[in-house]
Design a binder for this molecule. Structure first.
Ligand code: ADP
Ligand code: F6P
Length: 359
């Protein structure tokens, strides 16, 4: 069935990710080429509530492919989750003849897309977050750039650590997902890495650091995911730095990279992945598909139902609530289990590689 859309809206929402601008560009160009009008919604769902819209032309997206951040701006907009916020968003779509939406962001953004679909505006989600924490897809726009930026910065810390015979503990973003930390640790030759998914043996790490120093290693890097916490809820990375300094006597520094790796020009991988999923999303929307998220599974771009993706996330995180699986067939539940297992295997594999190169 071909959907009879005349005008679609596109927005970027939640934490920005390098490659979001390239993604918007591809959505706009493909939709215009397929005969649709496109409206850019500024600042995510906030722009829908505030009716902050910009008509999009090929010219408006010319040259944005290399932009960091998102030229459509983003926000975290709790108001959108309220009934009043939703009604305002719906009113904006009606008033501006927006028939359907492409929503670029993470799982929160997909929840918003589902709500808009339910209110009569077919929506498609495109996965964009540096965290790569969406279970239904192997990859999310922004991860590659964030890792490369992290590694470049660690390389610079390495230089000064080598000169001064120091160790640097580095805390990186990723929320509950340790992928940025794991890839960065492997690619920068870190001596230890701590991520939320795998129990961390601090005493063993400290013994290893002592042994490496005794063997003559001058500079050392330890990568810690921001998702690691002390029992009192404070960030663990800084504590680990203090413990290493105390137990080893090594001159130890601490760096929190935080948002700095969320900016910057997207890598080739993020630009091309963004373009691929965007083109496919527009085509599927026009074919009449909605409430889907575009995913990459084993190298292929596929679409998945948003509700499936959201519940697969809950399954992976062991946060399923009573009744969550009721709407799904046995095949779908098995598919969710397979995705969760695959992700666990992937994290375990990366962790093992990190241990093997950590000298
Ligand atoms: P991300 O999309 O990166 O996960 P957020 O979790 O901040 O980032 O979500 C982005 C936006 O999506 C929120 O600011 C809010 O406007 C909307 N959103 C998040 N959760 C929901 C929800 N449960 N229902 C409707 N909209 C939501
Ligand atoms: O989800 C992306 C992310 O950068 C996480 O890695 C981090 O925990 C969070 O967003 C930070 O959010 P904010 O930009 O709202 O401070």
């Amino acid at each position: 069935m071909m959907a009879k859309f005349r005008r679609i809206g596109v927005l970027t929402s939640g934490g920005d990710a390098p490659g979001m601008s390239a993604c918007v560009k591809a959505v706009v160009n493909r939709a215009l080429d397929m005969g649709l009008e496109v409206v850019g919604i500024n600042g995510g769902y906030k722009g829908l509530i505030d009716e902050d819209l910009t008509p999009m032309t090929h010219k408006s997206v010319s040259n944005v492919v290399s932009y960091g951040g998102t030229f459509l701006y983003s926000s975290r907009c709790p108001e959108f989750k309220t009934e009043e916020g939703m009604q305002a968003a719906v009113a904006t779509c009606r008033k501006n003849n927006i028939d359907a939406l492409v929503c670029i962001g993470g799982d929160g953004t997909f929840r918003g897309a589902t709500d808009m679909t339910r209110h009569g505006f077919p929506s498609v989600g495109l996965p964009a977050t540096i965290d790569n924490d969406i279970t239904a897809t192997d990859y999310t726009i922004g991860l590659d750039t964030a890792i490369n930026s992290t590694v470049n910065m660690i390389d610079q810390l390495r230089d000064t650590c080598e000169s001064h015979e120091r160790l640097n503990v580095v805390e990186v973003m990723g929320r509950d997902c340790g992928q940025i930390a794991l890839y960065a640790a492997i690619a920068s030759g870190a001596v230890a890495v701590a991520v939320p998914e795998v129990p961390f043996d601090e005493a063993a790490a400290i013994e290893k650091i002592k042994a490496l120093r005794a063997a003559g290693k001058r500079s050392m890097i330890v990568v810690v995911s921001e998702g690691m916490f002390n029992p009192d809820g404070t960030p663990y990375a800084e504590t680990l730095a203090k413990n290493i300094a105390r137990e080893t006597g090594i001159d130890t520094k601490f760096a929190r990279f935080a948002h700095i790796v969320r900016g910057g020009k997207p890598t080739m991988k993020d630009r091309t992945f963004a373009a691929e999923v965007a083109v496919k999303a527009v085509e599927l929307l026009i074919e009449g598909k909605s409430n889907i998220v575009m995913c990459q599974i084993d190298g292929e771009i596929v679409s998945e139902d948003i509700n499936f993706a959201l519940i697969a996330d809950r399954m992976y995180k062991n946060k399923l609530k009573d009744g969550d699986l009721d709407a799904f067939t046995k095949e779908q539940i098995d598919a969710m289990k397979a995705l969760s297992e695959k992700r666990k295997r992937e994290i375990a594999h990366l962790y093992e590689v990190a241990q093997n190169v950590a000298f």
